[in-house]
Design a protein around this ligand. Structure first.
Ligand code: 2BA
Length: 143
């Protein structure tokens, strides 16, 4: 039987967070064209949307972008430069605070590939991904 250490179970998400400077993101006022370029170049399917002061606003993903330019018979690619990210982004997503317990984050990560982390003033601090948690869980199992 594998017994997970208290250290792992009682940890906060801060220990597993990818800091904001390493997270690809866009601003709400950016065009969908800019967002799609960044998503394509980074290889991620969804990234955080922030405001100019680095506060978290929502998530934008490539499928939401292509869906928003889908016409009756074709993709209306010319719309990409006129629609803003904030018109299409998903804003009802779970966010966690820097002191959130790891076990709470794990239950949220069942349904979400990553969680955005904000501080007390709602400023964006980074993300916790399924990969970062599974990597640590894998270490715990084999130690
Ligand atoms: P997805 O983009 O759908 O990526 C799913 C998984 O595919 C990632 O899981 C990772 O294992 C792998 N992957 C995708 N693109 C990658 C890349 N450019 N480099 C390395 N591995 C890549 P997780 O690492 O658990 O990430 C979960 C989700 O978190 C990602 O979903 C993405 O939406 C977001 N994400 C992860 N790292 C990010 C970053 N640095 N900036 C912005 N968003 C990030």
């Amino acid at each position: 039987m594998v017994i997970l250490s208290n250290e792992f179970i009682e940890a906060t998400i801060m220990e597993y967070m990818i800091p904001s400077e390493k997270v690809a993101h866009v601003q709400g006022g950016n065009s969908l064209e800019h967002a799609l370029l960044l998503l394509t170049k980074s290889g991620y399917s969804s990234i955080p949307v922030l405001d100019s002061k680095f506060r978290f606003k929502g998530l934008i993903g490539s499928s939401a972008i292509t869906d928003s330019i889908l016409g009756l018979e074709r993709f209306e690619f010319e719309k990409l430069e006129t629609i803003k990210v904030e018109e299409v982004m998903k804003s009802t997503v779970p966010i966690v605070k820097t002191d959130t317990a790891l076990k709470k984050a794990i239950s949220l990560l069942v349904d979400h590939p990553f969680l955005c982390v904000v501080n007390e003033e709602e400023y964006f601090e980074g993300i916790v991904t399924r990969r970062s948690i599974l990597k640590q869980l894998n270490r715990e199992i084999y130690k």
